[in-house]
Design a protein around this ligand. Structure first.
Ligand code: DGY
Length: 312
């Protein structure tokens, strides 16, 4: 029997498999994540940790969890975890790839359609009474057919977005090194051609701040930016300026830095911007599948077996 700490109540019934396997399960019951101090006070003596992308798993935290064998992240992105510190301590790390691909790709398309067809403006015109009648020139937007979608990060989710975009009649191009795992156009060439740019790369030291002033200046003035990856990939000051100056036509972000943005964050006053609350994987089916994989990884790590979805 092992002790495990789970940092939030999980959807579905996957968590029951831990107690059925004889493990002692401590579940953080609050809606807000545990603070670092709360984590430290709960994690001592635990051999397994099932955490969320909102939990910072630092070297210091690992130092207070001498018995920890496995960290199972209920997310595909693991930028919240100090992977080097885990490796140095012999702590296995697992994630939940694959099962959230379709839900996240659907959301990217939803954002593309919402920003290109000006849905938030339309909804607020209906609610405020500003919409008086059908007009030939009211809220005209951009159709997807025959437009070019530029993908940054042509992995599982980027490819699923491409497939959906092609079904809408879009041409898809992607950035990438000619000799890289997903070859494509040089980034600047791709940005200069795309009508919509959709970001799907993981957050790494290479991609942090990738969408900066020069990235945005290379995009076409009528182009739209979609981000469903991680907020830190976008320099938000540069984005706010590009939207205000009309350097790009609009942006739809499911992820920001921080999350949530403070209500007085200058980005929120930028024109033609949609911000949603990190909903990429937020469907019942996907979240239950993520919880189930996270439990699989945890059980394997506790048993000393290879994780089904290892990160390290
Ligand atoms: C992930 O798994 O990394 C997603 O951001 C969760 O929605």
């Amino acid at each position: 029997m092992a002790r495990c700490f789970i940092t939030r109540t999980l959807p579905g019934s996957a968590v029951e498999r831990l107690s059925e396997a004889g493990h002692a399960v401590d579940i953080w019951p609050e809606r807000m994540p545990p603070t670092t101090a709360e984590m430290i006070s709960r994690i001592g003596g635990a051999e397994g940790l099932l955490c969320m992308l909102t939990d910072e798993i630092t070297a210091d935290l690992l130092g207070s969890a001498a018995d920890l064998k496995v960290v199972s992240n209920m997310a595909v992105g693991c930028d919240n975890i100090d992977l080097i510190a885990c490796r140095d301590r012999g702590v296995h790390v697992g994630n939940t790839p694959g099962v959230l691909t379709d839900a996240t790709a659907d959301l990217a398309l939803a954002l593309m359609l919402a920003i290109s067809r000006r849905l938030p403006e339309g909804m607020s015109a209906v609610r405020s009474g500003d919409w008086k009648t059908w007009e030939p020139n009211f809220l005209l937007g951009m159709e997807l057919r025959d437009r070019t979608l530029g993908i940054v990060g042509a992995g599982r989710i980027g490819n699923a977005v491409s497939a959906r975009a092609r079904a809408f009649g879009m041409e898809v191009i992607q950035s990438g090194r000619p000799d890289g795992p997903t070859p494509g156009l040089p980034l600047t060439q791709m940005l200069a051609q795309a009508d919509i740019v959709s970001v799907h790369c993981p957050l790494t030291e290479e991609t942090r701040g990738l969408v900066d002033a020069s990235f945005l200046a290379t995009m076409q003035k009528h182009a739209l930016l979609i981000n469903t990856s991680r907020g830190q990939v976008v320099n938000q000051t540069a984005l706010a300026a590009a939207l205000s100056n009309g350097d790009i036509a609009g942006a739809a972000l499911d992820v920001t830095d921080p999350e949530p943005l403070p209500s007085d964050d200058p980005l929120l006053t930028a024109p033609n911007l949609i911000v949603t609350p990190h909903l990429g994987s937020a469907t019942n089916r996907t979240r239950e599948a993520m919880a189930s994989i996270a439990v699989d990884n945890l059980l394997a790590g506790l048993a000393g077996s290879p994780l089904p979805h290892p990160v390290i």
